[in-house]
Design a binder for this molecule. Structure first.
Ligand code: 9UX
Length: 72
């Protein structure tokens, strides 16, 4: 199954930040697609909620050193 979510990311200051985070998300089991935009401070993640929970996505982002906030 497939779910799309958007997450606000705080703490990114250069394109290497967003690229690093994007790569960290893309390699997670259950993530189909991840795009991180520095300018809008947003991540869009397509994932399988049966394999990976939303909270695990947030934790993976926080583990890279950035702050993750739900966009409602
Ligand atoms: Mo750029 Mo980001 O030099 O953690 S990689 S600030």
């Amino acid at each position: 199954s497939n779910q799309v979510c958007r997450i606000r990311i705080k703490g990114m200051t250069c394109t290497s930040c967003s690229t690093t985070l994007e790569s960290a998300l893309q390699v997670l089991p259950g993530v189909h697609k991840a795009q991180v935009a520095l300018a809008t401070e947003e991540a869009e993640v397509h994932y399988d909620p049966k394999i990976l929970s939303y909270n695990q996505l947030l934790e993976a982002i926080e583990d890279t050193g950035f702050e993750a906030i739900l966009i409602s």
